[in-house]
Design a protein around this ligand. Sequence first.
Ligand SMILES: Cc1cc2nc3c(=O)[nH]c(=O)nc-3n(C[C@H](O)[C@H](O)[C@H](O)COP(=O)(O)OP(=O)(O)OC[C@H]3O[C@@H](n4cnc5c(N)ncnc54)[C@H](O)[C@@H]3O)c2cc1C
Ligand SMILES: *[C@@H]1O[C@H](CO)[C@@H](O)[C@H](O)[C@H]1NC(C)=O
Length: 338
Amino acid sequence: MERVRIIVVGAGVVGLSTAVCIAESIPHCSVTVLAEKCSPDTTSDVAAGMLHAPLFPDIPVDRQKRWFKNTFDHLLAISESSEAADAGVFLVFGWEIFREVPREKRPFWSQDVLGFRFMTDAELKKFPQHKFGHAFTTIKCECLTYLPWLEKRFRKAGGQIQLGRVTDFGQLCQGYDIIVNCSGLGSTALAGDRQLHPVRGQILKVYAPWLKHFIRDGDGLTYIYPGAKSVTLGGTRQAGDWRLMADGEERVEIFERCCRLEPSLQKSLQLGDAVGLRPGRRNLRLEREMYQFRNRQVPIVHNYGHGGGGISLSWGTALETLQLVQQCVSDRPLPSRL
Ligand SMILES: Cc1cc2nc3c(=O)[nH]c(=O)nc-3n(C[C@H](O)[C@H](O)[C@H](O)COP(=O)(O)OP(=O)(O)OC[C@H]3O[C@@H](n4cnc5c(N)ncnc54)[C@H](O)[C@@H]3O)c2cc1C
Ligand SMILES: *[C@@H]1O[C@H](CO)[C@@H](O)[C@H](O)[C@H]1NC(C)=O
């Protein structure tokens, strides 16, 4: 039987999750990941990696809920296994606090995290500026550990990883039958999707091992996320800003905002900052397209534009991409026998 040659562009959390799903599920295929940058140099590596679903305005909520729930359940199973430490996936409890009671008191993902409830008055006392809050247990998936773990799993399933930059999709059509586009924000040089834009995020890592609870302001701008080795303090959300350098004034401002929510941080040790550019798009793009290459139609499956929720939606969108790739495989014309 002829092997179907599949290439996945991108080795962030979206590309690697998608590549693993394909390599482990589709028989008789070869899967190659091609990426300009791999862990620890992707945007995914900068993310705190908390599971919390964003809401895209024009995508049915059921579909978004499936993306989040499938990701949560997949990572929950890892957190409950002996692989948890090697994969960098674990549970965290904490609070999401609001200055005003939000219109939707119960977000669409409230059933998918563990033990969701409203905060008690006793819990809210710590935050005099805030009137309302959610308490729940979610997952922290640390990509600096998780991506190398996924890479290993991908190689075990027969996958290959190549470093390189795609400048022309036609060039890929020669060597591959199906192209999967998980290039995140893409490369600036590629004239591409005009809806896609950077949303810059700066964070500060501190050493504060006494902190065990996460605290997140309802606007998603200020957060304190305790991790395996450090606590991530955030953040910023600057649309259209391409600066990858950390800004000193922003660092001070982030630290002050977080100290207001958690005064014990005053005694923490600052370890360093990081900046990432989220792949911003009004709606995530997950669909199949046919690309005309010479006398041949080459299917491209797009899976990008995850904005501030790429880790939270990674496995769920990878599973849906897998379904589209499976369709492409079964729709393929029978190989001509020359
Ligand atoms: C400060 C910050 C905090 C965040 N916190 C969270 C969080 O707590 N939870 C959460 O869910 N999300 C969070 N995010 C968002 C998350 O980081 C992104 O949604 C996610 O990383 C997107 O993953 P990706 O794989 O699509 O993109 P990336 O990780 O950017 O990977 C893109 C890949 O494509 C490759 N590529 C691009 N163009 C080309 C090309 N032309 N040729 C070859 N390769 C190419 C790149 O080299 C890279 O390998 C955060 C983001 C930031 C910046
Ligand atoms: C692949 O995705 C990028 C976004 O990362 C987009 O700009 C580009 O147009 C896509 N490529 C094709 C051939 O559609």
